[in-house]
Design a protein around this ligand. Structure first.
Ligand code: AHR
Length: 327
């Protein structure tokens, strides 16, 4: 583990004579954390960024160097290299995609800088290249969504009916996309009457979600369900459905399912446009801070740390639930 070295040793006399020096020394005591963030593609991402910025403050003993990669892996790799050059104490990465990280992680390891993964996972052959990972269980989220749909159709007396589905996927290769597609697919495979008509990426954005749904609606006139791999794609899909003269939600033509459960998803459910949202918790700042504090104290940390997540649908008291939520 890399140890923090104070670059300036100051005598008591110097501190007394130079008021400003006290600040310099205090800054040297801060734990410097470089956060390589994915981008700002969704409400979830905004809440995640805010969670890091409000946790890793000087008052809490940290200096945060934040980088927005604009959804590009090459930008994240550049950011990690810049963190290494700046000799930060910890590197935190929410990787855009799962693969292609070995070289830069080896560079961090050579520099003795611990790397913590948050939100999305990386696939690396040597998992000692990172300290630990904390985030949502994407496969479980997908399975929960599929199981919910089966129950919902059953309740509606449509359990045996042929059901046509489309999926607006996330960024291809991101573990949130890979896991949700796999998890939902596991339940799809149990239902011979479910027919997945098409799957295309909406890049986790509202604009692309709308565009993909517009093209689905042009290609297929009998869509029963759209699975959106995040809330923002669902907001775009809802706009596209309405613009096409169709309806959605519990009383509508098309069942809309999404992931994240941000505040605006509650609004969409309350408005009767969205059927259900499967939570992906973005508040990882305090979780990562706890990991760093344990590492600072020389304690072991669990390698894989899943956070608990729930789901919400229009059968619930959504106003009351929303009032208690932080994002
Ligand atoms: O990795 C988490 C996913 O990334 C969230 O579902 C999505 O909104 C974000 O862009």
């Amino acid at each position: 583990m890399k140890k923090k070295v104070l670059s300036v040793a100051l005598s008591a006399a110097m501190v007394a004579s130079l008021g400003a020096v006290t600040t310099v020394q205090a800054e040297d005591d801060l734990i410097v954390v470089g956060y390589a963030q994915v981008g700002a593609e969704s409400d979830w991402r905004t809440a995640n960024t805010e969670s890091f910025k409000s946790t890793f403050t000087e008052e809490n003993g940290y200096k945060l160097i934040f980088d927005d990669a604009q959804q590009k892996q090459e930008n994240q790799i550049k950011a990690i290299r810049s963190f290494i050059q700046q000799d930060v104490d910890y590197i935190v990465v929410a990787p855009v995609v799962e693969t292609g990280w070995e070289t830069v992680l080896e560079e961090a390891a050579e520099a003795g800088i611990p790397v913590i993964l948050s939100d999305r996972m990386m696939q690396v052959t040597d998992d000692s290249l990172y300290e630990c990972w904390v985030g949502g269980n994407f496969v479980k989220e997908g399975e929960d969504a599929g199981t919910w749909l089966a129950g919902y159709l059953e309740e509606q007396g449509r359990g045996e009916e042929d059901i046509n589905l489309v999926t607006i996927q996330g960024t291809i290769g991101a573990s949130a996309q890979v896991g949700r597609t796999e998890g939902f697919g596991n339940i799809l495979a149990q239902h011979e009457n479910w027919n997945m008509l098409d799957m295309q990426s909406g890049e986790f954005t509202q604009a692309k979600g709308q565009e993909v749904m517009e093209s689905f609606l042009k290609s297929y006139d009998d869509i029963d369900v759209v699975v959106c791999e995040n809330d923002n794609e669902a907001f775009g899909a809802i706009d596209a459905i309405k613009a096409a003269g169709k309806t959605c939600g519990p009383e509508g033509d098309i069942i809309v399912i999404s992931f994240d459960a941000v505040s605006a998803a509650f609004d969409a459910m309350i408005a009767g446009d969205l059927n259900a949202a499967f939570e992906c918790n973005p508040l990882h700042g305090p979780r990562v801070a706890e990991i760093i504090q344990k590492l600072e104290a020389g304690e072991e940390v669990e390698k894989i740390q899943y956070v608990d997540e729930a789901y919400f649908d229009t059968s619930m008291d959504l106003e009351a639930i929303k009032a208690e939520r932080l994002y």
